[in-house]
Design a protein. Structure first.
Length: 172
């Protein structure tokens, strides 16, 4: 199976890494589908806003809710995330060389979100790169059935993995 995950240590670092990787894949002339996350700091009223850019050139969708500075609940707007899933599903049907998913998060761990998109890509032999955090690692590994590869959060390491798994020529 062609599925890899990466976990960068700093807040938002995985998002930035996967964005750079997706842009570089596209510049190489390959069709990259999926999502990358864009975090926008807020001056007041709590943590950053979270948006996803649908790849290769789809819309930017706000996936976070503004719950207030002192809220403790999950900020994910699951309806917006499912909207992004719909866009990615349509894009990947047009063909893809690589699927990049910004995060296998709580929604995916619970059986929703991008799970089916990831599974369909794997069935169709499309390499999948996924961002992950420690909280959802066990659920991701269960989903991947032990066939996943952890890749250090370094651009050149992700491209080495892709070159090994992609039928699109030399990437590194």
């Amino acid at each position: 199976m062609k599925i890899a995950y990466t976990m960068a240590p700093g807040r938002g670092d995985t998002d930035l890494l996967l964005s750079r990787v997706a842009r570089r894949i596209a510049k190489m002339g390959l069709r990259v589908c999926g999502t990358v996350q864009i975090n926008s700091e807020r001056e007041t009223d709590g943590p950053c806003d979270m948006d996803v850019q649908v790849l290769p050139d789809g819309p930017i969708i706000r996936i976070s809710q503004t719950l207030g500075a002192h809220s403790r609940g999950c900020r994910l707007d699951t309806s917006a995330l499912e909207e992004a899933v719909g866009h990615v599903t349509r894009e990947i049907r047009k063909g893809a060389d690589v699927l990049v998913i910004n995060k296998f998060g709580k929604h995916e761990a619970e059986g929703h979100g991008f799970r089916d998109v990831i599974a369909d890509a794997l069935v169709n032999d499309i390499p999948v790169l996924v961002g992950l955090n420690q909280l959802n690692l066990a659920a991701f590994k269960e989903f991947a059935g032990g066939l996943e590869t952890e890749v250090r959060p370094e651009e050149h390491k992700l491209f080495e993995w892709l070159e090994d798994k992609c039928s699109c020529g030399e990437l590194v």
